[in-house]
Design a protein around this ligand. Structure first.
Ligand code: DAH
Length: 349
């Protein structure tokens, strides 16, 4: 993953790249080209020159990455200018003839969506540990979304998962956990799966809530599985995702389908646990990122797996929310506005 400084610098570079593309598309004559050249490459106040000044402020270990990004932009600027210069200096051909000397038109590429990129990164880590990927329906029955997961009708825990009902018994799933039940009904242990997918809640969109978002669920069931497996696997996963030095803590919690349950926090990447007024972590220095626990024996009984023989652990994590945190994005709604200038800013590694 790129460091926050480099990511920020890359965003700046991408903004200038878009500017360059937009402005050079409008160039009609050599004078306008000259002006644009001045704007980007002037020795005193050219955009590129000023960006090179900023390099001084990076730590020595970040400098090469920042320099690479900037040099790439500089090369693009120069290539674009010489292509435009050639084009503008070449006398116009009579209509109807194909001018094979013209530079090709640049295609306007799209980019992988940041949520999808982040999901793939997570999947790669789990697949490398031998997990396989499962999926399930986005329209669920009350039974799979709630009852089989040990939320009886009218149980107060249901209130946390208020959702969009289609009929009394059919609803848009509120979490990926129902797929745990669907898989355990069909497969016998050992089970070692992750389940990425869309989920829905009755939320008014704001910077940290959307009525549709993505989760990833994990489930491991076998003989002799303990809380130590849960802790070890999740720690390994989070270190691969956020870097070896990330601080992690497990906090007791409650979910109807796990016993005991734990929520997992990581240190706040926005303030480095240093700002008492941090808007991301509220000054606590920690940010909750997932729920987990040992599969409740009642859940095993619901799928005819003998809880005396088998045990298991599970977790569920919000993909968009975690991606927001990892990429330093302040508003979740950006993800779904489909503005290419936003979408194209993200790459992993
Ligand atoms: N389904 C829970 C939610 O949406 C998250 C969760 C918690 C999933 C604990 C789990 C788990 O598998 O064990 O908030």
């Amino acid at each position: 993953m790129l460091s926050p400084n480099i990511r920020k610098f890359k965003t700046t570079i991408d903004v200038y790249r878009t500017k360059l593309e937009e402005q050079s598309a409008q160039i009609q004559d050599l004078r306008a080209l000259e002006e644009l050249h001045h704007q980007f490459l002037s020795r005193k106040r050219g955009t590129i020159t000023l960006l090179f000044e900023q390099l001084k402020e990076f730590d020595p270990e970040e400098k090469p990455a920042a320099g690479q990004l900037l040099n790439a932009l500089k090369n693009e600027v120069q290539e674009r200018f010489s292509a435009l210069e050639t084009k503008l200096k070449t006398p116009a051909k009579p209509k109807g003839e194909i001018d094979i000397s013209l530079p090709g038109e640049k295609l306007y590429w799209g980019a992988p969506h940041p949520v999808r990129l982040f999901q793939q990164e997570i999947e790669n880590i789990f697949v490398s540990m031998g997990f396989s990927i499962e999926g399930g329906p986005e329209i669920e029955t009350d039974y799979y979304n709630f009852e089989a997961l040990n939320f009886p009708p009218h149980h107060p825990a249901r209130d946390d998962w208020d959702t969009l009902y289609i009929t009394d018994k059919l609803l848009l799933r509120t979490h990926t956990s129902p797929v745990q039940i669907r898989v355990m009904e069909k497969k016998k242990p050992p089970i070692k799966i992750i389940i990425p997918g869309k989920v829905f809640r009755r939320e008014t969109p704001d910077p940290t809530h959307l009525p549709m978002f993505f989760q990833i669920e994990g489930l491991v069931v076998d003989k002799g599985i303990t809380f130590a497996h849960l802790k070890g696997t999740l720690e390994y996963f989070l270190k691969r995702l956020f870097g070896e030095r990330i601080k992690i803590r497990f906090r007791p919690s409650f979910f109807p389908f796990t016993e005991p349950s734990a929520e997992v926090d990581i240190e706040c990447l926005a303030c480095g646990a240093k700002n008492p007024d941090c808007r991301i972590c509220g000054g606590t220095g920690w940010k909750e990122i997932l729920g987990s626990g040992m599969v409740d024996p009642q859940v095993f009984k619901n799928v005819n797996i003998d809880p005396e023989t088998y045990s298991g652990w599970a977790f569920g994590m919000g993909i968009d929310r975690t991606a927001m945190f990892a990429f330093g994005i302040s508003d979740m709604r950006y993800f779904f506005e489909n503005d290419l200038r936003f979408i194209r800013q993200f790459t992993l590694k």
